[in-house]
Design a protein around this ligand. Sequence first.
Ligand code: GDP
Ligand code: K
Ligand code: MG
Length: 280
Amino acid sequence: MNICVALGGNPNAGKTTLFNALTGSRQHVGNYPGVTVDRKEGRYVQNGHDMHIVDLPGTYSLTAYSVEEVVARDFLVNECPQVTINIVDASNLERNLYLTIQFLELGIPTCVALNMIDVARSRGIEVDHQKLTRLLGVPVIPIVARSGLGKQALMDAVARVAEAPRPQPLRVSYGRDLETAIQEMEPLISENAFLTALYPTRWIALKYLENDAQILEKGRSTDKAVSDQLEAVTRKVSAHIEETLETYPEAMIADHRYGFISSLLKQGILKECHDRNRLF
Ligand code: GDP
Ligand code: K
Ligand code: MG
């Protein structure tokens, strides 16, 4: 099977290490057009798999606040890799899952590589990857990128994700004020065929609420009238939230994402590891 696979994750999650373990010397470095961000690509050929792998810039989020975030997101949306491997640092799970849920909200086929399980274990932490697989609805495969452990299982899971139907975008609940605004925005967004061809409707509403410069610009240039209405909804809910809660939508969205993650973790994802030297 010849498929395109993106590799995304937080800085220092082990992306480059995994990329090298998968592609060896079959790699080259290019450029993303117009920006000074390297584009590393390589080929993974093993056990009947033939995959083209692109190492995305490391990011903490997928909102257009930095060049890296825009590059990563544009790649995912414009070049439609069949699967995205989201590499996650198991010893820093809570923070890393913040990006994971954004991949899932974008509705792209994802496979989680749970990396650094050796580091987690040396700190006495064991991640229940099977439970996390069930809760997230995507495969979570434990690996040690530095030694190559779990690499084959990961790529088998990637091949299965490539063949599965495209997933429904994850729905995180953002509380009454923002949910009311999203409900008001969704029918308006549906009128913009350009945006809805690229992104899930609910995701676009969230980007308006997060004041995402790139989505605002695309909205304005493709349907100014609709974009004006969406921006008016955003202003109205922002003013209300500021007055009643002394916060703003971006902060509320982040809080609810972290709330979603802590509700996952409360379901017993992190366990004590009794054998700190055990590998698999
Ligand atoms: P990137 O920023 O995501 O590309 O991360 P790197 O691949 O550069 O890895 C960051 C650091 O973590 C490097 O020092 C790696 O050698 C180390 N590293 C990566 N994967 C593992 C792993 O599974 N176990 C351990 N112990 N270290 C790892
Ligand atoms: K690094
Ligand atoms: Mg790197």
